[in-house]
Design a protein around this ligand. Structure first.
Ligand code: PNW
Length: 493
């Protein structure tokens, strides 16, 4: 591609937007039929390097409330477990908190401009539950809701569709017992009902919950995330159960209170199993592993039951299930959202399970976060395994992206070629899934901008925009420029 000053030359850019045949064959047929194609377009098609995504594919970016909003004490918001946890000494990198974060509570219009410049059609963000219900239940706070109405209106004014996550880990501190209590699941459904009632006139897609394992296992078992507890397995399994129950109750609440046609799903980081070798036996092993290893979460809600394997493995520690729970948990979804980062490799084996998860070699490459192993085929297998096992109507990649050691050069640029490499490779593999007709409808990149990376504080940057947290200046990185081209061509090169 010819570039001038970091942007595509004008005429070429327009040409990439034209829809005159998606394939070389299409172009050749058009020429044969006597249609005159501008020379430059032919040259471009002849390059044949472009992997086009389906028409109407949604390109977007993701963020989450506690990671970007700041303004933790404003307009009636009360603390979430993440406020408490991050203010507890020793819990986060250098004691960093989300008190200010990206100050998106005040700068949301600027953030919408960043989205507009990228040309994306969707923005996935989350609602801070304790902004809208400061005590988790009871009286709603109108000022909290009003903020999200402003954000939604600003997005719509710019032709960007809002995709709302209801729970991205910032549980209201005031809820007694947190996720240890079944009442929290009911409180979540009431909050979901309220949001659906007030926003579904303008918001078409809702995600109930983001990444079960991160607030159940990391919050209540390893203690790495809020609320920082280390409970025994039986209690953790009950917490997991309360969480999937909350999801199911929220699906019902959104359907009962939202405008008809409102789409409901979730954003789950199911563990993704990649067959070591792509043959029938290994593919089958990856499928089995996906179903069994995700038993407490995605499998439970796709099937409305816990697998026999999970119940046997947990024995006396298995969750106590009340009559009717599994039906609620298994409420059919309009779509499944997958947050995709890291692969696990699996091979077929003669054990009862039928598979073995490979140990990772110490030389396995990773990005700046110690857990972020790179394996771009993970995104293809995420879509394929989930589709082949459960046949969801639609799938979105609700997160994908990476941390990198971004530096600002002397001339103010951030040349994050490693992030571009990461994204380009993942999108190439996502294209394979689309081209094999899996029902993949969109891709939301994590993240629009650098933000509060939970226990890692501000030390890990995932953004397409570099944020100077002292001045709140947002600067597009090379990856932002690259993503803008992907979006405008609806293709990856
Ligand atoms: C996801 N791990 O979190 C979250 O949904 C985002 O809020 C987060 O910023 C993003 O991915 C990048 O981390 C994860 O330790 C956090 O394996 C940690 C892990 C996985 C996902």
């Amino acid at each position: 591609m010819v570039r001038a000053g970091g942007t595509l030359l004008g005429p070429m850019k327009n040409l990439t937007r034209r829809r005159f045949g998606k394939t070389l064959a299409g172009a050749a047929a058009a020429v044969a039929a006597g249609a005159s194609l501008p020379r430059i377009a032919l040259a471009q098609l002849a390059k044949a390097g472009l992997l086009r995504f389906p028409d109407n594919f949604v390109w977007g970016c993701s963020t989450a409330a506690y990671q970007v909003e700041g303004a933790v004490n404003e307009d009636g918001r009360k603390p979430s477990v993440w406020d408490t946890f991050s203010h507890t000494p020793g819990k986060t990198f250098q004691g960093e908190t989300g008190d200010v974060a990206d100050d998106s509570y005040h700068l949301y219009k600027e953030d919408v401009k960043l989205l507009k410049n990228l040309g994306v059609g969707g923005y996935r963000f989350s609602i801070s539950w304790s902004r809208v219900f400061p005590d988790g239940t009871g009286q709603p706070n109108e000022k909290g809701l009003a903020y999200y109405q402003r954000v939604v209106d600003e997005l719509l004014k710019n032709n960007i569709a809002p995709y709302i996550t209801l729970f991205h880990w910032d549980l209201p501190q005031a809820l007694p017992g947190g996720w240890q209590s079944r009442d929290t699941s009911k409180a979540f459904a009431d909050y979901a009902a309220y949001i659906a009632k007030h926003l579904s006139d303008r918001v078409g897609h809702f995600f109930t919950i983001n990444e079960f394992t991160c607030f159940t296992d990391l919050g209540y078992k390893t203690g790495r995330f809020a609320p920082g507890l280390k409970l025994p397995d039986g209690e953790v399994n009950q917490i997991r159960h309360n969480a999937v129950l909350a999801h199911g109750l929220a699906v019902e609440a959104i359907r009962a209170n939202g405008k008809s046609g409102t789409q409901v799903g979730l954003a789950e980081n199911a563990t993704v199993y990649v067959p070591v070798i792509e043959d029938q036996k290994q593919i089958e092993a990856a499928r089995r592993a996906t179903r069994e290893e995700n038993a407490p979460f995605l499998t439970a809600l796709m099937e409305g039951k816990y697998t026999d394997g999970y119940l046997q493995r947990e024995g006396a520690n298995a969750p106590k299930v009340e009559a009717g729970d599994m039906k609620i948990i298994g409420n059919p979804l309009d779509f499944v959202g997958l947050n995709v980062y890291t692969p696990e490799y699996v091979r077929a084996d003669s054990s009862a399970a039928g598979y073995i998860v490979e140990k990772r070699q110490t030389s396995y490459p990773r990005m700046a976060s110690d857990w972020l192993y790179i394996g771009p085929e993970v995104i293809y297998w995420a879509v394929r395994n989930v589709s082949d096992i459960w046949r969801p109507k639609a799938l979105y990649i609700t997160e994908n992206g990476c941390s990198a050691d971004d530096v600002v050069t002397a001339n103010g640029r951030i040349e994050d070629t490693d992030r571009v490499m990461y994204l380009r490779n993942h999108l190439t593999h996502l294209h394979r899934a689309a081209s094999e007709s899996y029902p993949i409808k969109g891709y939301f990149l994590w993240s629009l901008m650098d933000n509060y990376e939970w226990a890692d504080g501000y030390s890990k940057r995932f953004g397409l925009h570099y944020v100077d947290f002292k001045t709140q200046t947002r600067t597009p990185k090379l990856s932002a420029e690259w993503y803008r081209e992907v979006v405008s061509r609806n293709a990856v090169e």
